[in-house]
Structures are given as C-alpha cells and as structure tokens.
Design a protein around this ligand. Structure first.
Ligand code: HEM
Length: 460
C-alpha cells in the first residue's frame, strides 16, 4: 500500500470543485436545488450558464462575491444530459443503481426506507444537484440570481426541489455538538494549510494522522492501494471528479434529550452521556484528551482538538467508548492488528443543518422538520460511505460489540444497546431508539470543471 513517503502528486486545483477540498466557512447560509432535465440541449445550456460560477479549489472564497456554487449529477442526470451509453456504463454499479436501490444494505429500513422519503429524493427524476452557499444573505442572493438566470427560457429544465440550509445561531448541529472537526489531510490539497506550521518531522499534522493519497478523494490520482481509482470514461469526464453521498437526515432532537435525561441522574451526567455517545463533548473537546470534564479551550484549539489516537491513549475505551460515533466512523490506529486499513475508508464531510432549532431544554417534539444534510465525498462509494454505514455504524463486530450499532446514526429500533466501558463494571444502556431518520438520499457524481465543459459541448 502507498504511504505518505511516496512521491507527492500535484493536484489540478483549478479543475477540482472547491467544495471537495475546502471547508465551508462559518457562518454560512445556503440552498440545495434539485433539477430534472427533460430536454438534453436545455440541460446542457443551463449547465453552460452555471459553469463560470462554479467555485474551484484554487479560486475558493474569491472576493468580491464571497459565495460559491457546486454542481453534481446523478446517473440518470448524466443520461438526461446526453452522455453516451458507453460512458454511462463505465460508472461503478453502486452509482448507477443510486442510493434508494441500496437502502436495505445501508440500513434505510422502517421509518427511513425510501417509501417514506421526501419526493423526489431517491427517484430517477433527480438529475442535477446545485448547491449555493455564502456567509450572508447578500452573498447568497447574488448566486440565487445566477441560478434564476441560468434557468430562464429553458422549459426543458425544471427545478423540482429546494432545501434551505443555514448554520444555526449556536454554530452547532441540532443535537448541540460542534461538527466538522475530524477531517482527513488530503495529500497536495492544503486542506489544513493554516496548520502547516504544526507539522511534525514526519510531515503529519497534529491529529490529522498520516496524509492520505489524493486518489482516495479525487479521481485521476494514485490512491492508498497504489493504484489509480477506476474512472468513468472518457478520461476528461472522470478526471478531477468525485462521488457524493447526499443524505437528508431528520434528527429526533426531543427524543435524544429525553433519552439522556432518562438515563442520567443530573444535568452533568446527561452531558457526559451525550459525550460518550459521540466521543466528544458538545464543544468538540475529545473524550480521549478530556475524559471527565468538558474543556472548551482544548476544543477551540485546532492543533489539539484532533490530536489523539486510541491504541496507546485509550485502548479499552475507558475515555471514549469503542462504540462511540467518532470511534466507529474513524477508528484511527485502533484496528492496526487487523487487516483493515482505516486509510482506505476515509472520506470528506461537508454537512449542513436545516430546519429551526428546538428551543433549549424543550423535551416535547414540535413536529418541525430539522436535521443535517450529510455530504460525504470520496472516490469509492462502496469502500468509503457504504463500508462506514454497513460495517462500522450498523454492525458492532469489528469492535467485538456484536449487533450493537452506532448510538447516534445506527438504525436502532428501540431495542438497541450502547456499552460504556467502566471499572469495575461496564455500563450498558438499553432501549436505544433511532435518532436520525433518513428522509432521502442520492448518489451523485461531482465532475471536475473541464468535465462539466465537456458535457455542455456534447451534441447528442
Ligand atoms: C445525524 C447525523 C449525524 C450527526 C448528528 C453526526 C455528528 C457528528 C459529530 C458531533 C462528530 C464529531 C465532530 C467531528 O469530529 O467532526 C462527527 C464526526 C464524524 N462523523 Fe458524524 N454525524 C452524523 C452522521 C454521520 C454519518 C452518516 C457518517 C458516515 C457514514 C458520519 C461520519 C463521521 C465521521 C467520519 C466523523 C469524524 C470522526 C473522526 O475523524 O474522528 N457521521 N459526527
């Protein structure tokens, strides 16, 4: 397998969509649009109008607009835009099938199954996904106008869905946690360039772990297996693209709060239990480094908040339970005795929140729609997103927890358990319900900018 001492590759940042390699700034406000293409020529014309506004990883966050736009396409969308059949056939099976078709294996069952999803999510009508984000409503409005102009006089393209997603005033997710801390360091991307000064003599950033080959996230580069990840054809279409798992996850905030209360004897214990479930305090401070009390100063320091491992610092999970959300979804060094290489199961996350906050302290559900638009990006949907969901989130075998699932995102059904290692005896919580309900999802392909140009020039 490739390691970080192999020769670094130069990424074509001008051609890679910015969302893939760059964290969105805080605060943010934005909208996701889904479009259906009934006329391929109109679809291509619309894409052509959007193209100059697609943010690249090189020109990310350019003034004066301080707003950015990204475009991704479903398999049926590529077809609707007139991409030739040979090319459509060259995409991997999971992407061709789409997320809804793979619901069973992803644990999208019961309340989360596609028959309950918000229309048109999961249908073959979702062709183009456009996201526009800005730090404020003025920046957002300028891009919304770009979108409106792009659609003008093109009846062959219909906007079929929109979802507003703005950062909450708390700058946290609905469950009260800071998110977006654990992030892989992509070779050549400068993901954490602000922290460059903190690199140790191996070239590692504190807490980012070994730098990961760009081919794990961007098509056309060498991956951790020392190979080029298979690309859709022709090369111009595949290169600098990536796959996106887009999920709308409704959060049962009141149920989460009640569960904490019912299983704790004080507000302090509720906080500790919440932290045990996630692996971090709500501030973001990791339990491995702050096992007994929250440490907001630690949480606020990006060179320390992610600078921990499990194998030496917390092998038995006495600080961060082995079944906690962040330990399952990125076990770091704790699986080094197994054949599993954690580095081939990483991906980039760009989640946003939607819906109003449930007022602080309220324990009754108010019926409002609220949650996370979860965006997971990487070069291989199966060994990254699907592996995390099936092997790590919805199965406990890899950490000797049998059928126990992720306490936050697992597809629990009210009979779930969550084990908290403790001395002299562990604690086992019972009757865990499902806190995150899937309201829809799509597998999308986010092409490079040259690839988008190629599509606009098709004459099929
Ligand atoms: C309802 C949905 C979810 C919520 C509320 C949630 C919440 C969180 C929180 C609070 C963190 C800690 C902050 C951080 O390290 O960045 C985190 C980290 C993470 N989550 Fe989630 N998450 C959700 C869904 C998912 C899903 C569906 C996956 C993957 C299939 C996932 C994968 C991860 C990963 C990989 C990390 C970083 C772990 C690390 O590097 O230490 N999350 N999540």
């Amino acid at each position: 397998m490739a390691d970080s001492t192999d020769q670094a590759q130069v990424l074509e940042l001008e051609d890679i969509q910015g969302t893939l390699l760059r964290q969105r700034p805080s605060p943010y406000t934005g909208t996701y649009f889904l479009l259906r293409v009934d006329d391929p020529a109109h679809g291509r014309q619309m894409l052509g109008r959007l193209l100059p506004h697609v943010a690249s990883a090189a020109r990310w966050w350019d003034p004066p607009s301080r707003a950015w736009l990204s475009v991704a396409l479903s398999h049926s969308g590529l077809q609707a835009l007139g991409v030739p059949q040979a090319s459509l056939d060259s995409f991997p099976e999971a992407f061709r099938e789409g997320m809804a078709a793979r619901a069973e294996r992803l644990g999208d069952t019961g309340e989360s199954s596609p028959e309950h999803w918000d229309a048109p999510l999961g249908s073959r009508d979702v062709h183009i996904a456009v996201s526009v984000f800005a730090p404020d409503t003025t920046g957002l409005e300028s891009l919304l106008e770009v979108g409106r102009s792009a659609l003008r006089d093109l009846p062959g393209v219909q906007m079929i869905y929109r979802l507003e997603a703005s950062q909450l005033p708390t700058k946290r997710t609905h469950l009260g946690f800071v998110d977006g801390i654990g992030e892989p360091d992509v070779e050549g991307a400068g993901v954490a360039s602000i922290l460059q000064a903190g690199r140790d003599h191996y070239g590692y950033l504190p807490g980012f772990g070994p730098t990961i080959k760009a081919g794990e996230f961007v098509l056309g580069y060498q991956n951790q297996l020392g190979r080029l990840t298979l690309m859709p054809q022709p090369d111009v279409l595949g290169r600098n693209g990536t796959y996106v798992a887009y999920r709308k996850l409704h959060l049962k905030v009141a149920d989460f709060r009640c569960y904490l209360k019912d299983n704790s004897s004080s507000p302090e214990e509720e906080e500790l239990l919440a932290a045990k479930m996630v692996g971090r305090w709500r501030s973001g401070a990791p339990l491995v480094l702050a096992p007994d009390h929250d440490d907001p100063d630690l949480a606020a320091d990006p060179t320390r908040a992610n600078d921990f491992t499990y194998r030496d610092q917390d092998p038995a999970g006495l600080c961060c339970p082995v079944g906690a959300h962040i330990r399952r979804t990125n076990p770091r060094d704790s699986l080094t005795d197994t054949i599993v290489d954690v580095r081939i199961h990483r991906a980039l996350r760009r989640g946003t929140t939607y819906g109003p906050m449930l007022p602080e302290g309220q324990l009754e559900d108010d019926g409002a729609e609220r949650g996370i638009v979860f965006i997971f990006m990487g070069a291989d949907l199966v060994r990254q997103f699907e592996f995390l969901k099936t092997q790590w989130a919805n199965d406990g075998d890899f950490v000797s927890l049998g059928t126990e699932k992720d306490p936050v995102i697992g597809n629990n059904d009210g009979t779930g358990t969550f084990t908290i290692p403790r001395r002299p005896v562990r604690r086992r919580l019972k009757q865990l319900p499902r806190f995150a309900i899937t309201k829809g999802g799509e597998y999308l392909f986010m092409p490079g900018i040259r690839a988008l140009t190629w599509i606009t020039q098709l004459d099929t």
